[in-house]
Write a protein that binds this ligand. Structure first.
Ligand code: SAM
Ligand code: SF4
Length: 363
C-alpha cells in the first residue's frame, strides 16, 4: 500500500483517480500524504505562516444560500454593520500586532451606497499605516466596475469561493434564481483574475450530496483555473438554515475535518506555490484545527479581530470559535500555537501568493 501511495505522491501531475485514492486514505496512511505536503510547502513557500486580521464587517446579506446562517431569510440573526471607527480601530490593532494584512469579509450587497462606502473604507485603511496594510476582500459577487474601483482603492486580493465546481451540486446548495447562479459566480471569479487581483477560491467540504469525486473535480478545477489562493474548509450545519434538514446525510464532523486536511494537503502538492488558508471552520471542529491544517500544507491563518460584541452575530454555522473573545485574547496564544507547528510567523509583511507573480511572468 505504502509503495502505491509513494508512487502517486511523486507523480508529476495527479489525475482524478489519484486524487480520489488520496482522499480515501485511512488515518494511518494519510500521514504519508501530510508528510509530503509539508515537504512541498517547506520547499516552495517556506515554513512561514502569514496572518490576516479578519474583520467580519457586516452580516447583512442580500443572498439566501441554503447553508449559511447569515442568509437573508434567517430572521433569528441580529443584523449589524461595523462603524468606520470600529473598522479603523481593528485595522490599527492589525498594524500594532504586525499582522501585515487584513481580510474584510461581509454578507453580499451590491447597492451603490454599500459599495461606495467600502471604497471609502479601503482608502482610509490604506492611509492609516505606512507601509500600508495588505487587503484581501471577501464580499461576494460584484460588477466589473466595483471590483475595479475596490482594486484602485487598495484591495489587491479577493476570495470568492466557488462553493462547488459542479453546477448540479451548486444548484442543490442554492436557491434556483438569477442571483444564485453558478455561471455568474464563475464569471465573477474570471473577472477578478482579469483585473489582476490575487484570486482565491475554495469549496465547502462535506456538504450533503457531495461525493469524493466532486471534491477531486474541485481540486482539478482550482488547478485548471490557476488560482493564486485557496480558502476551503468543512461544511458545518446550522439549524436555522434549509440545508439542516439533510443533516442525516452528513459525515460525522471528525470525518469532514479529516477530509478537509486531506484536501489541503493534496492541493499543496498539486499547486505548490499558492497561498492556502487554514479556515476558521477547522477550529470549530477541533481546537487545534488550524494548526493541523498548517502542518498539512496551509500557510495562512486569519485571526478574528472583529469587535467582540459582534462575534456572536456572524453565525455562519454552529460552534463558531472565539465568539466571545476580543482580538487581544486570541492573540496571546497565537505565537505558541504557530510555534507548535514548526512554522515561523511572517510578521509585518503582506505574504502575497508566490504563484501570482510566477503566473504573471509566464502567462
Ligand atoms: N458573502 C460572501 C460570499 O459568500 O462569498 C463572503 C462571506 S461568506 C460568509 C464566506 C464563506 O462562508 C462562504 O463562501 C461559505 O463557503 C462559508 N460558509 C457559509 N456557511 C457555511 C457553513 N454552514 N459551513 C461552512 N462554511 C460556510
Ligand atoms: Fe450571503 Fe455569503 Fe452567506 Fe451566501 S454565503 S448567504 S452570500 S454571506
Amino acid at each position: 500500500m505504502s509503495n502505491k501511495i509513494h508512487s502517486i505522491l511523486n507523480k508529476e501531475a495527479l489525475n482524478k483517480q489519484d486524487i480520489v485514492f488520496l482522499l480515501e486514505l485511512d488515518e494511518k496512511d494519510q500521514q504519508l500524504l501530510f508528510k509530503k505536503a509539508a515537504e512541498v510547502k517547506a520547499a516552495y513557500v517556506g515554513k512561514i505562516t502569514w496572518f490576516r486580521g479578519l474583520i467580519e464587517y457586516s452580516n447583512i446579506c442580500s443572498k439566501n444560500c441554503y447553508y449559511c446562517g447569515i442568509r437573508s431569510g434567517n430572521k433569528q440573526t441580529k443584523r449589524y454593520e461595523l462603524t468606520d471607527e470600529e473598522v479603523l480601530s481593528a485595522a490599527q490593532f492589525a498594524i500594532d500586532h504586525q499582522y501585515g494584512s487584513l481580510v474584510l469579509q461581509s454578507g453580499e450587497r451590491s447597492n451603490r451606497d454599500f459599495t461606495a462606502h467600502i471604497t471609502k473604507l479601503l482608502k482610509a485603511i490604506k492611509q492609516l499605516s505606512s507601509p500600508a496594510l495588505g487587503i484581501t476582500l471577501s464580499m461576494g459577487e460584484q460588477s466589473e466596475k466595483v471590483f475595479r474601483e475596490w482594486y484602485d482603492a487598495g484591495a489587491h486580493r479577493y476570495l470568492l469561493r466557488i462553493e462547488s465546481s459542479n453546477p448540479d451540486l451548486y444548484h442543490k446548495l442554492h436557491p434556483d434564481d438569477d442571483i444564485h447562479n453558478f455561471e455568474k459566480r464563475l464569471a465573477a471569479l474570471r473577472l477578478l483574475k482579469k483585473l489582476n487581483y490575487q484570486t482565491g477560491t475554495g469549496v465547502m467540504i462535506g456538504t450533503p450530496f457531495q461525493t469524493t469525486e466532486h471534491l477531486a473535480n474541485d481540486l482539478i478545477f482550482m488547478r485548471n483555473f490557476d488560482i493564486d489562493m485557496c480558502g476551503m474548509g468543512p461544511y458545518i450545519e446550522n439549524a436555522n438554515t434549509p440545508l439542516y434538514k439533510h443533516k442525516s446525510r452528513l459525515l460525522p464532523l471528525k470525518d469532514r475535518f479529516r477530509l478537509s486536511l486531506k484536501m489541503i494537503a493534496i492541493l499543496r502538492i498539486m499547486m505548490k506555490d499558492i497561498n492556502i488558508a487554514a479556515a476558521t471552520a477547522m477550529q470549530a471542529i477541533d481546537p487545534l484545527g488550524r494548526e493541523k491544517a498548517i502542518m498539512a500544507g496551509a500557510n495562512v491563518i486569519m485571526p478574528n479581530i472583529t469587535p467582540g460584541k459582534y462575534r456572536n452575530d456572524y453565525d455562519l454555522y454552529e460552534n463558531k470559535p472565539c465568539t466571545n473573545e476580543e482580538a487581544s485574547d486570541c492573540n496571546t496564544c497565537l505565537e505558541v500555537r504557530i510555534g507548535m507547528t514548526g512554522d515561523k510567523i511572517g510578521y509585518g509583511a503582506w505574504g502575497d501568493s508566490k504563484h501570482y507573480f510566477t503566473r504573471r511572468k509566464n502567462p
